[in-house]
Design a protein around this ligand. Structure first.
Ligand code: ADP
Ligand code: MG
Length: 481
């Protein structure tokens, strides 16, 4: 954080696109890979005169799901308002959004920051529709609008001003991302704008209970940008105040390339949205039975899963955390661990070999060329000492690049040699063939041990069990003293 004596106060607003098939108020597809601009539109999306919106039940269900997972209160009655402003990407001239009566209130994100458990309260979660997208074509000096995104269902999650540092903000955002994806409420795709964060930030003297003037920071759509943007904005605010200046309430944009925040609009320019209840939509009523039906379908939540990996499967807290970064990763791990019967071995291989190669190719685990069953087959061979760990690594590299089956690789390369008599004979032969080195070892050249192990490994074309060879070389050298 910035200068001593100052404290940052941060509240996050995160927009999450809900993973429904259709839009929030009509039956048009919400999104489609490679859809041409303005092909996912219809009279409701475009706000033609005389059309009526009809609320998508699935949207409500997903929002309840998220609300329950975060410990919110689900309102038995909530309603939609019209939020008016003019912008070309808003076809109706207003956005339908929940305002004074949101679906969910309260709740919290519980997560660890620097090894300490923290609880960040939520103010609310409300439903709303997304706007379209304006594309500025600088080359031809014109702007184009794509309404495919208009009417796509969102929830806006609003936190209390409980966060105190960029690290808090990043942890909150990551925890929220893990939860929405684990619940299947959203795909959480940040590049596509399906999980977007705005940060409200102010600073105050340590010990001052009052809130300072806040700035809303936009254009921070990655975990890293949130951290860096907030860091710079906090430093800027402290500098202004220390120099005797005062802050204005405004919206600023994070410029990642320049490493600064820039003003976008001030409060004087802020809109009066003229909110009023949307007369085209009925009050949204959610009864207890519906809430309980949704509750019954909640999966194990990320934090509970992390804890179970530690308590029941014996992983370290670090490993458990890495392996529950996404539900897909945790599923993959559990499938391998169960098939091999050795969670620690599965954890090591997924974190070391698999994630290493996936990262190198920029792939998510869902797109892994080695499915969980295949990795399990390999680890069974390793567990049963049919492969040494070096052989298993070589095999894995081939599985990754050419999807060879571990059993076929084994058939082609031969199994590890673990038979005691065979190994003993191989070691004896190596010692017989190098009497000078044996004498050298006995004269005190201890490093020659490695030479003999190397000879046996070479002679066996890498297939002798290295630990056993090491032990046998030692004992036979001693016997020959
Ligand atoms: P607005 O009316 O401008 O939308 P809200 O009161 O609804 O403001 O708060 C929006 C977000 O800003 C919330 O996440 C809230 O926790 C946070 N917030 C409110 N006041 C402050 C402040 N002084 N400093 C930092 N964050 C704040
Ligand atoms: Mg607000």
């Amino acid at each position: 954080m910035s200068a001593a004596g100052w404290e940052a106060v941060i509240g996050l607003e995160i927009h999450v696109q809900l993973a429904t098939r259709t839009k929030i108020f009509c039956a048009t597809e919400a999104s489609r890979d490679g859809a041409e601009p303005n092909t996912l539109v219809d009279p409701v999306t475009l706000g033609m005169p005389g059309v009526l919106p009809v609320l998508n039940r699935e949207v409500v269900e997903l929002a309840i799901r998220l609300g329950l997972a975060l410990g919110c209160t689900i309102a038995p009655r909530s309603r939609f308002s019209r939020k008016h402003y003019f912008y070309p990407d808003l076809p109706k001239g207003y956005q339908i959004s929940q305002y004074d009566e949101p679906l969910c209130t309260g709740g919290a994100i519980v997560t660890e920051v620097d090894g300490e458990e923290r609880r960040f309260r939520l103010t609310r979660i409300h439903l709303e529709e997304d706007a379209g997208k304006t594309v500025h074509d600088a080359l031809r000096n014109r702007s184009l609008v794509d309404y495919n995104r208009a009417g796509v269902p969102l929830v806006e999650t609003v936190s209390e001003p409980d966060l105190r540092s960029p690290a808090d903000a990043m942890a909150y955002m990551k925890a929220m991302h893990r939860i929405v994806t684990a619940l299947g409420v959203s795909d959480g795709n940040m590049e596509q704008g399906n999980f977007r964060c705005d940060a409200n930030v102010s600073v105050r003297r340590v010990g001052d209970p009052r809130l300072g003037t806040k700035v809303e920071l936009k254009n921070i759509n990655s975990f890293r940008f949130v951290g860096r943007g907030l860091e710079h904005e906090i430093a800027r605010q402290v500098d202004v105040l220390e120099a005797g200046g005062h802050l204005v309430q405004e919206t600023r944009l994070w410029d990642e390339a320049a490493g600064v925040t820039r003003p976008m609009r001030t409060k004087e320019m802020a809109h009066d949205y003229r909110y009023f209840p949307d007369p085209d939509l009925m009050v949204l009523e959610v009864d207890e039975a519906w809430i309980e039906r949704v509750r019954a379908t909640l999966p194990e939540l990320p934090r509970a899963r992390t804890q179970r990996f530690v308590d029941a499967l014996g992983l370290s807290a670090y490993d458990a955390d890495v392996l529950t970064q996404s539900a897909a990763r945790a599923d993959y791990f559990e499938a391998v661990a169960q098939a091999v019967g050795d969670p620690k071995l599965a954890a090591n291989w997924i974190q070391g070999e698999l994630l290493g190669l996936l990262n190198k190719d920029g792939l998510d685990i869902e797109a892994s060329p080695v499915p969980a069953e295949r990795l399990a087959e390999l680890l069974v061979l390793l567990r049963d000492e049919r492969l040494s760990s070096k052989m298993a690594k070589a095999c894995f590299a081939e599985m990754f690049s050419s999807s060879v089956a571990p059993a076929d690789w084994l058939a082609a390369h031969g199994a590890q040699i673990t038979d005691e008599d065979t190994l003993r004979a191989m070691v004896a032969a190596a010692l017989d063939a190098h009497p000078d080195e044996v004498a050298g070892f006995h004269a005190g050249k201890a490093q020659l041990l490695g030479f003999f192990v190397g000879q046996v490994m070479k002679q066996s074309r890498g297939k002798a069990n290295p630990q056993r060879v090491n032990q046998l070389v030692r004992s036979q050298l001693e016997e020959r003293r």
